[in-house]
Design a protein around this ligand. Structure first.
Ligand code: GTP
Length: 348
């Protein structure tokens, strides 16, 4: 039996102000909270025992998922007393673990990685930990993970400079999914902040006990507004395997789109939201209970819950509007971040 720990305690600062009111893993992705996609993926591979390692706004997860019986899983929760970092947060769940291995997920990664292949490689290699790796075109913003030919981790290079890269080498980065033997947790101090990427893995790699599993499976970290929007497009286009509907756009049950409004190009309209006549919504996400006024235009915008967008207003190019904000009629906003409950009555 493999148990999973999903790390859901970060503050999600890059997605503020949307994360003012919900933890990042509870941001919706098409028709369900983001982390529900991870649960779906785990269930597909027979993992039904999950511990959410919470910190920031912990109640939201338990309120939604409870003990998991309604979705055929066993879900339990631990909460950081103060931020413990990614390793400390796994350690904090140790007392609930029953098996000899634990699968760890960052709570903000959308992937359809075949977990059984990771487990197969892990079990046959005898290492203490295996981390899934995903290729990127430009590793300079990430940590490059370099492997030996037998897939043992050779080294980690944080934000590598061009001259550090070897000609022809694959640019692999940590995909935020790990399969660990329980003994790895013995190397994590209790109750103090500790990073799995910076403190635990380099030591394991130096001891030859860490391997990488490179995969070309779909992979996206939803932690920025741009990638959060792109994740919607990808799910709706069926580029990643999920249990969500595939289609041009998604309108939740209980939302209302006027017959002469247009909702296009991977847009999602949340439950109870209203899109009035003549409005155009392109590649945008509209939160629960929001109202998009007559002839308003949204293009590449993320609109939080209960936002009111006035008639003929335009939100474009990466605008993010926090929950409960009001945008006056006729206002145009391009690429700005609008605070929770803000009242905007002129263009910006
Ligand atoms: P940013 O502030 O935007 O960087 O987001 P984040 O800190 O929420 O996410 P980051 O990508 O840094 O962390 C990866 C995953 O680990 C996310 O799912 C976080 O929720 C989670 N995480 C990060 N730090 C902690 C922590 O101290 N405790 C717990 N329980 N989870 C954490």
């Amino acid at each position: 039996m493999i148990e999973a720990v999903i790390l859901v305690g970060g503050e999600g600062t890059r997605l503020r102000p949307l994360t003012d009111t919900r933890p990042k893993p509870m941001m919706s992705l098409v028709d369900r909270p983001f982390v529900a996609h991870q649960l779906d993926q785990l269930r597909r591979f027979g993992v039904s025992d999950v511990i959410f390692s919470c910190g920031y706004l912990p109640a939201a997860l338990e309120e939604h998922f409870g003990n998991g019986t309604s979705i055929g899983m066993r879900i339990r929760y631990v909460v950081d007393p103060s931020p413990l970092g990614t390793a400390g947060a796994v350690k904090n769940a140790e007392h609930l673990l029953e098996g000899s291995q634990v699968l760890v997920f960052n709570g903000d990664v959308l992937t359809d990685l075949d977990l059984s292949l990771v487990a197969e490689q892990h079990d046959s290699s005898g290492v203490a930990g295996t981390l899934a790796l995903t290729p990127v075109d430009d590793p300079s913003r990430y940590g490059l993970v370099r492997l030996h030919p037998d897939r043992a981790v050779e080294e980690f290079l944080e934000k590598p400079r061009a001259e550090q890269l070897r000609p022809g080498e694959p640019f692999l980065i940590n995909a935020g999914t790990y399969l660990l033997e329980r003994e790895v947790l013995d190397h994590i101090p209790e109750g103090t902040p500790c990073s799995i990427e910076r403190d635990v893995f380099p030591a394991l790699a130096a001891a030859g006990r860490l391997a990488g599993y490179p995969s070309d499976s779909y992979w996206r970290d939803i932690g920025t507004p741009d990638s959060y929007l792109k994740a919607h497009l990808d799910v709706l286009a069926g580029r990643v395997r999920t249990e969500s509907p595939v289609g041009e756009s998604y309108v939740a049950e209980g939302a209302r789109v006027a017959p002469d409004a247009r909702v296009e190009f991977g847009s999602t309209i949340g439950p109870g939201a209203v899109v009035e006549g003549g409005a155009v919504v392109i590649g945008s996400v509209v939160g629960a209970g929001a109202r998009i006024g007559r002839s308003a235009k949204l293009d590449g915008a993320i609109v939080g819950a209960s936002v009111v967008v006035g008639d003929r207003a335009t939100l474009e190019h990466g605008v993010v509007v926090g929950d409960g904000a009001t945008i006056a009629s006729g206002v145009t906003i391009t690429g700005a971040i609008i605070a929770t409950n803000a009242d905007i009555d002129q263009s910006q």
